[in-house]
Design a protein. Sequence first.
Length: 281
Amino acid sequence: MTSSPDAPKKSPRARIATALISGAASGALTLIDPARFKPCTRRSLVAGSGAAYAAVAWVGSSGNEEYKPGNVLRGSLALGLGALGAIATHYSFALDGKIHQSLLRRGIGNPRPLMAVGSGILTAALVLMESPAQEAEPVGYDHDAGPAEREISVELRDLVAGMLNATEDFGAPQLREQLAVAKEQYWVGPDEFSCSLSFVVPVDAARTVPRNFTFPVHADFTTPDGHPMRVSLQVHDGVLDTLLIDVPHEQLGTANTDDDDPFESVTGWPLASEVVYTPEA
């Protein structure tokens, strides 16, 4: 499943600009006295507000490819939200009139500018008080996307080349040619180290004989916590197949009874300068 990123977080400057614009718009609208509207105009505004809310509910509930609600449900939502919008607009006119009359009784001859300033400040403050959106999350990855290919690092090529240069047998010359053009196959996702690497070799590459075997030269190294480990190279159908880190066979008994996990401190491939190339007996 692929996840979608959240909305990016707004900068403080952008939030302040949004607050100022919202406050200015709210103050400008408050300068208009609804009491001066004709009754038919007020009714039209109430009806228009309800229709706008209903349209938003109808369009917003259209659903998607996975789920599409029926028209009965969408109509109910539209009617309900439209009625709430109309009622809210009606009572906002009534509240506006009460505030206007209250200020007149307190000796303020023209309350509209004062109401506009108050409305603008309140709206701007509410915008600034909203919690900022979270930082955008890394885009999720699709588990079903399959493997991808990338270049093998120079350090890793040097490590494998040291194994292949230790002998001229077992198709070492052909494997060296394959290594020069090989790529790494990996699964798209979090970049976590794995103790195995899969090679991708061109189909027209020269193949070895025998076809399937473990190359008889290993790269031995010791982990930071003192565990001996071994890098081995597997050949399948005559081409480079897998590079893996494992415990040497002679150390398997100790590793199975040791309280420490020998793989715990293996966080990357060793360098060629950190290994001892050991041919099989």
